[in-house]
Design a protein around this ligand. Structure first.
Ligand code: HEM
Length: 464
């Protein structure tokens, strides 16, 4: 059978990146650039396919999505969050998504704006001029407070620090587990089939701790008529017309805490870093904040359409550093892709990190240029996919985009952050595309002089 071109023999073991995550990403990028839109390589008994082409990404995530399922990453996740939206397959996935979707409808997400701004303003009040902060820690605290208060109610704040602690332990375990899991997955899947509700293979103690933290939050929401995630779940009946079990509700709560805070924190961390290293972008951002907010009030939901450049800064940061750097799908049956037959059970990798740096779609791909999104000619839709696509696309996308703009505008209208050194920052990850070391930044008051307005025109581009 004809297979797509790709590295062979020892070269293919570059996939393991010499033990470093950055090495793996470099390997994927090198392979994609050298072998083109679709490539493949063999690792032990597995042949892996890699796509780096907007049309093929659309094919896998949308057009032919019914022929694919989640890959081994979901198996590992299942050991932490159990049976939940983020681990389910069709048709059960669709049923659960339908239940939860109202928590992410446009109007409902808009109702979270006040919480987003209030939490960011609280942080802005804490910061002191010339103080040095670890920006990743600060962004994690912020996004955890936001997702907790917005989705589970204000009483969640007390539990946030405990949840964060447990998830940090999970991330550090996953650093070594994630690469190994693809190879032990068949045994793990068999165990899970035999004991669907059995002990977690890797995260039993973390699961127990999360349950202890989350159970009282769920209890307090019984009888509330609101559309927050917990209330929606509590008001749902399963196919046998029974209320969802406490276990099912807890699994979703843990899912949303996990998927909903570290991702946005990572995106905001890189945004601050890129702003510090690209002063002209920071200046232009300051101009917009000055024009829209006159620098004397925090933003509101009504300001968001005017904060276009702020949105583009966040969007461009996620192009260069997409928090979900790569994900995979497994073929449920033989699939035709770009003239090749992808056999049943084969894994296909899609990498926002690789494709979003492809010069075919993004000229000067390594440069941070928010203005590129204002160009007349825009890249095809699936050349940029930090939130995935299709039926399993990130349900939190509108939430994350609004949060990014409001958090950035609230903090940046008051403060600038500068790196305390010029040393390079590499890529290191647990499950997400994190920097390989803490990014320490010094806080400076934003200058209050009237900015020369270089671009007072409202932007007209439709942001994806
Ligand atoms: C910048 C921030 C975020 C990024 C980059 C991101 C990225 C992603 C991606 C790529 C997927 C799909 C993975 C796949 O197709 O296999 C996903 C799924 C998901 N995300 Fe996000 N996410 C972000 C923020 C959020 C937020 C704020 C929430 C919740 C409040 C959230 C909740 C979820 C859930 C529940 C899923 C599973 C959806 C399903 O399978 O139906 N995410 N996310």
């Amino acid at each position: 059978m004809k297979v797509p071109p790709g590295p062979k023999g020892r070269e293919a073991f570059g996939f393991f990146g010499g033990g470093s995550f950055a090495g793996t990403l470099e390997f994927l990028q090198r392979t994609a650039r050298r072998y083109g839109p679709i490539s493949s390589f063999r690792l032990l008994h597995k042949r892996i396919y890699l796509v780096d082409d907007a049309d093929l990404v659309r094919d896998i995530l949308v057009t032919q999505q019914h022929k694919f399922e989640r890959d081994s990453g979901a198996g590992l996740l299942r050991e932490l969050v159990g049976d939940a939206l983020i681990t389910r397959e069709e048709p059960q996935h669709r049923d659960r998504r339908r239940v939860l979707q109202p928590a992410f409808h446009r109007d409902q997400v808009a109702s979270y704006a006040q919480i987003m701004t209030a939490e960011a303003a609280r942080l802005a009040e804490e910061w002191q001029p010339l103080e040095t902060i670890d920006v990743r820690d600060q962004m994690r605290r912020l996004t955890l407070a936001i997702v907790g208060a917005a989705l589970f109610g204000a009483d969640f704040r007390e539990s946030a620090a405990q949840v964060a602690d447990v998830l940090r332990r999970v991330a550090s375990k996953s650093r070594w587990l994630a690469p190994a899991f693809a190879f032990i997955e068949p045994a793990a899947a068999l165990y899970r089939r035999l004991f669907p509700n059995g002990r977690s293979l890797f995260f039993e103690s973390e699961r127990k701790q999360l349950d202890r933290i989350v159970a009282p939050i769920v209890d307090r929401r019984h009888g509330s008529g609101t559309k927050d995630v917990v209330s929606l779940l509590l008001n749902t009946r399963d196919p046998a017309d029974e209320p969802l079990s406490a276990r099912a509700v807890q699994n979703e709560v843990v899912t949303f805490v996990l998927a909903g805070h570290e991702t946005t924190a990572t995106a905001l961390t890189w945004t601050w870093f890129l702003l510090a290293r690209n002063r002209h972008v920071a200046t232009r951002l300051g101009e917009e904040l000055h024009r829209v907010l006159a620098m004397d009030r925090p933003p509101t939901l009504e300001d968001v359409p005017e904060l276009k450049y702020t949105g583009l800064v966040f969007q461009e940061a996620m192009r260069l550093y997409p928090p979900a750097l790569a994900f995979a799908r497994r073929a449920k049956e033989a699939v035709q892709l770009a003239g090749y037959t992808i056999p049943r059970h084969a894994s296909v990798f899609l990498s926002p990190y690789v494709t979003q740096r492809n010069p075919k779609y993004f000229p000067n791909p390594e440069e941070f240029i928010p203005e590129r999104w204002l160009e007349h000619q825009q890249p095809p839709k699936f050349a940029y996919f930090p939130f995935g696509g299709g039926a399993k696309m990130c349900i939190g996308e509108p939430f994350a985009r609004l949060e990014g703009v409001l958090a950035l505008a609230t903090l940046a209208r008051k403060w600038e952050l500068e790196c305390i050194d010029d040393d390079p920052v590499g890529l290191g990850t647990g499950l997400l595309l994190n920097p390989d070391r803490p990014i320490l930044m010094r806080i400076r008051s934003r200058p209050t002089q009237v900015f020369q307005q270089s671009s007072p025109q409202p932007y007209t581009i439709e942001v994806q």
